[in-house]
Design a protein around this ligand. Structure first.
Ligand code: F3S
Length: 470
């Protein structure tokens, strides 16, 4: 039996691709094991978002080749490179890494992984034989019955509702890698979600490059991006959320990667009316100054974003908003950064990530003049991060004394609705509740981005000791 080991890098979308590969390997009778040095085949599922992710991917490929710190790679062991970096650079990589790697596969080949493995075992590779590489545009989208083996803990799952992206953001390479936006049907996503809930999943994280564009690619005419949605009209996403909310069981539905351009009042109303949809939204804004939004081609304006955030806060009481900003984009001035800081200060995002702009080959922003020196980017990043740390402490402080429903991740560690897996904070509790259970707790304190909790009615021991001493 062929033993395969898989290293999954990059984002949750790539992780779903890894899960699909593992599902197909199992279906083909192959075994998937964690120990790379004992496998017959090692697959590295790569990321190519920014330079540091490419570097990380290359390091993992070389590490898999050499088995650093372990015995050297067996001569008969095969190495396959998959994922975004392979999709984008398969030809170049096949030249530069032809001795190390046996095959470079694209994003559309995740379902073909088993026959590809058989093919590379059947090929006789002399020293000079080229690595197998597969070119082609990314067009694949999974369905509810696509074989898949979940690599997340039992209690949460990622569900990819669409793939690809139609936005023209000048800093981003992903549309060139993952292709045009294509959505699954509502029925397909609902069928998958039903199955996941039956399997005991307590949190369904809906993902894609642009979750709010779900279903809109099937409209006859693409809506104008500045006024993208008839605000009162339901979209496929609102239908989807209402249908998911109607599935029986106790679970959360979490919306990740929502582009601001496609939000509507009906979406706000739908989230407010669907109690299973977490009071949390992830809405990458990237900047707030019109100068920057224009250069980034974000298809939104400062006034639009401010109005939208106001409508979301007013329409969904208790909502936690996560966003990301980029600092150091070409042409960014100190006054753009001042505007950004003022906006962050007044909006008080519950969760916020800041990226230093990365000049990515193949993007339009990479060719822009007025690239910002590294030192300036760094200083701006520190300025925004420092500000957000103060706001995060205020936000955490605001949770103290509140009762929260939390999902236990591991003994003594949980997450609330305001915390997405892998990116946000944690809730620590000094009692053992089975992993995957929901429990109601009282928040008694915080440490930076994390909250401290106790079962309802129980006092923190420090307060108890103080009382006993009186
Ligand atoms: Fe994700 Fe990296 Fe690809 S962020 S979409 S794995 S380039």
């Amino acid at each position: 039996m062929i033993k395969v080991s898989l290293i999954s890098l990059g984002c949750a979308k790539n992780l779903v691709d890894s899960e699909i590969m593992v599902g197909h390997l199992h279906q083909a009778g192959m075994t998937v094991i964690p120990e790379a040095d004992q496998a017959d085949v090692v697959i590295v599922n790569t990321c190519s978002f920014i330079d540091s992710s490419k570097e990380e991917s290359i390091n993992h490929i070389l590490e898999a080749h050499q088995h650093k710190g372990m015995r050297k790679r067996r001569p008969d062991q095969k190495l396959i490179v998959a994922g975004c970096m392979s999709q984008r650079f398969s030809k170049d990589l096949a030249t530069s890494l032809h001795k190390e790697v046996d095959a470079f596969i694209g994003l559309d080949q995740v379902t073909q992984i088993a026959p590809i493995i058989r093919e590379i075992f059947a090929r006789d590779r002399g020293d000079e034989a080229p690595a197998l590489f597969i070119e082609g545009r990314s067009t694949f989208i999974p369905d509810y019955d696509t074989p898949r083996f979940r690599l997340t803990p039992r209690h949460f799952a990622y569900v990819k509702i669409a793939e690809g992206c139609n936005h023209p953001c000048t800093f981003c390479i992903i549309p060139q890698i993952r292709g045009r936006h294509r959505s699954r049907t509502v029925a397909s996503v609902v069928a998958e979600a039903r199955q996941l809930v039956r399997e005991g999943v307590r949190e369904i994280n809906l993902i894609s490059q642009d979750t709010t564009f779900f279903g809109m690619d099937t409209w006859e005419q693409r809506p104008n991006s500045r006024t993208p949605v008839d605000s009162a009209r339901g979209t496929a996403l609102t239908t989807l959320l209402r249908e998911l909310n109607a599935i029986e069981g106790d679970f959360w539905i979490r919306l990740l990667y929502t582009h601001p351009a496609h939000w509507s009042d009906e979406l706000i109303r739908t989230i407010a009316e669907c109690p299973k949809v977490a009071r949390y939204i992830d809405i990458p804004l990237q900047h707030i100054s019109d100068h920057m939004l224009g250069l980034m081609q974000r298809e939104t304006s400062s006034a639009y974003i401010r109005d939208l955030i106001g409508r979301i806060r007013a329409g969904i009481p208790g909502i936690a908003i996560r966003t990301t900003f980029i600092v150091g984009f070409p042409g960014e001035t100190e006054s753009d950064v001042d505007e950004l800081c003022a906006f962050i200060r007044e909006t008080k995002f519950e969760r916020l990530g800041v990226f230093r702009y990365s000049q990515e080959e193949g993007t339009r922003a990479a060719k822009m003049e007025e690239q910002i020196p590294k030192k300036t980017k760094e200083a701006r990043w520190h300025r925004v991060m420092k500000l957000q740390q103060e706001i995060a402490a205020e936000v955490s402080h605001g949770f103290v004394g509140r009762t929260l429903k939390i999902l236990v991740e591991e003994p003594g560690v949980a997450r609330g609705e305001a915390d997405a897996p892998d990116i946000d904070g944690r809730v620590y509790l000094p009692i053992t509740v089975p992993v995957g259970d929901f429990v109601n707790v009282e928040i008694t304190g915080y440490e930076d981005y994390d909250l401290l909790a106790l079962p309802i009615g129980e006092e923190p021991s420090i307060r108890k000791i103080a009382r006993q001493a009186q």
